[in-house]
Design a protein around this ligand. Structure first.
Ligand SMILES: Cc1ncc(COP(=O)(O)O)c(C=O)c1O
Length: 381
């Protein structure tokens, strides 16, 4: 096994985060408490929405969005995503309808969405791949026209924007926004997620459903006359984020723009210096601010990707692949009737994509080393 000198990603955890977590541990209030409330308030403000509901993962956010919107029939989503997007549809009793993506951004192809709409379509689930927004203008227009719910899988884009009517809107602010705080993401809480909305009724439903169907938290009940009373208005789940994770999220959120700016600087440097005839570099759309949760390149067809990855990893570069196989060809989904050949662009990208290391703390020296190793490896074919 090669020794990896530059890992795929390293979370940016500083002394501030360690100190804040220690304070929560010493406070005695570990769950459902003031830090969670504060994290939700600051996150909602950052995204530019009325409500943010903290959860234990993005998968829980996606599940809750499907469940609380009463979706039982078809949801259109890309197959070029992590299995969690489609799994959360199936586990809530609805049906995933896969759609192909565009080559440049790897995001859902809006023209193809239109072709897939039937009288059973209830929602669209765009996935903002690797830190870049989908075409939210076109998606919101389709949704409005056909009366569909939009559930944004913004796991890979925290802080990314899309320009709508001359305003830079954050991904996840258009309808039901689902975010992940897994350690590989733009910010982390270890495990964790958030669900955002501007809809007051839905927000209350999300809050109750994430905590056993009870509409007030322990912290909120403390201010009530009879804080010991707890009644379920829904048959809910336990999808809560605890205060230890929340305080980590709060500290990370406060430096998110700084971390995303570092990612963007690294990506610009790579874009300028990694050019090679055998690869396609990531493309940033003019309406978007890309926050490079991942930095992905596409290899020319003649390069054997497994061999490329092996050679690059032998040089200590922790390169990987996101995503292969595409969801529609994974065993569970093949059993539902999807098959290889259904989505030519998705399948082509899946075979050629490579994820290079990307995290805020990368140094110029490390970036230069990555560039040299990648070019040497490309030249070896
Ligand atoms: C597109 C996408 N959706 C959903 C998820 C699931 O996120 P979580 O691990 O927080 O449940 C991920 C995380 O890897 C993802 O990349």
């Amino acid at each position: 096994m090669a020794e990896i000198k530059i890992p795929l990603c390293v979370p940016d955890i500083g002394e501030e985060e360690i100190k804040a977590v220690e304070e929560v541990l010493r406070s005695g209030w570990l769950a459902h408490g003031p830090k969670t409330k504060k994290f939700e308030e600051e996150f909602a403000k950052y995204i530019g929405v009325k409500h943010a509901i903290s959860l234990n993962s993005c998968t829980s956010a996606l599940q809750l969005a499907v469940f609380a919107n009463n979706i039982k029939e078809e949801i259109i989503l890309p197959s070029f995503t992590f299995a969690a997007s489609a799994n959360s549809i199936v586990t809530q009793g609805a049906k995933p309808i896969f759609c192909d993506v565009e080559y440049n951004t790897c995001n859902i192809d809006v023209e193809k969405i239109k072709e897939l709409i039937t009288d059973k379509t209830q929602a669209i689930m765009p996935v903002h791949y690797a830190g870049q927004s989908c075409d939210m203008k076109a998606i919101m227009e389709i949704a409005e026209d056909k009366n569909l719910v939009v559930i944004e899988d913004s796991a890979e884009s925290i802080g990314g924007t899309f320009k709508l009517n001359n305003e830079d809107r954050k991904t996840g602010s258009f309808s039901n926004g689902c975010f992940s705080f897994y350690p590989t993401k733009n910010m982390t809480t270890g495990e964790g997620g958030m669900l955002t909305t501007n809809d007051d009724v839905l927000a209350n439903k999300f809050k109750a459903l994430k905590a056993h169907g009870v509409e007030s938290s322990t912290f909120e009940r403390e201010k009530q006359e009879k804080p010991w009373l707890r009644a379920a208005t829904f048959a809910g789940f336990n999808f809560r984020l605890c205060d230890i994770n929340s305080v980590l999220g709060l500290m990370q959120l406060r430096k998110l723009d700084q971390m995303n700016n570092s990612r963007r600087e690294h990506a610009n440097y790579l874009n300028q210096n990694l050019k090679h005839e055998k690869i396609d570099l990531p493309v940033e759309n003019s309406e978007c601010k890309h926050v490079y949760q991942m930095y992905t390149i596409k290899l020319a067809k003649e390069i054997n990707r497994s061999e490329f990855l092996k050679r690059l990893r032998e040089k200590g570069i922790g390169a990987s692949v996101h995503f292969d196989p595409p969801v529609h060809t994974q065993p569970y989904y093949q059993n539902l009737g999807w098959k290889k050949g259904d989505f030519p662009i998705t399948e082509d990208i899946s075979e050629r994509i490579v994820t290079l290391p990307m995290f805020p703390q990368l140094t110029r020296e490390q970036l230069d080393h990555m560039i040299n190793c990648t070019q040497e490896t490309l030249n070896s074919f």
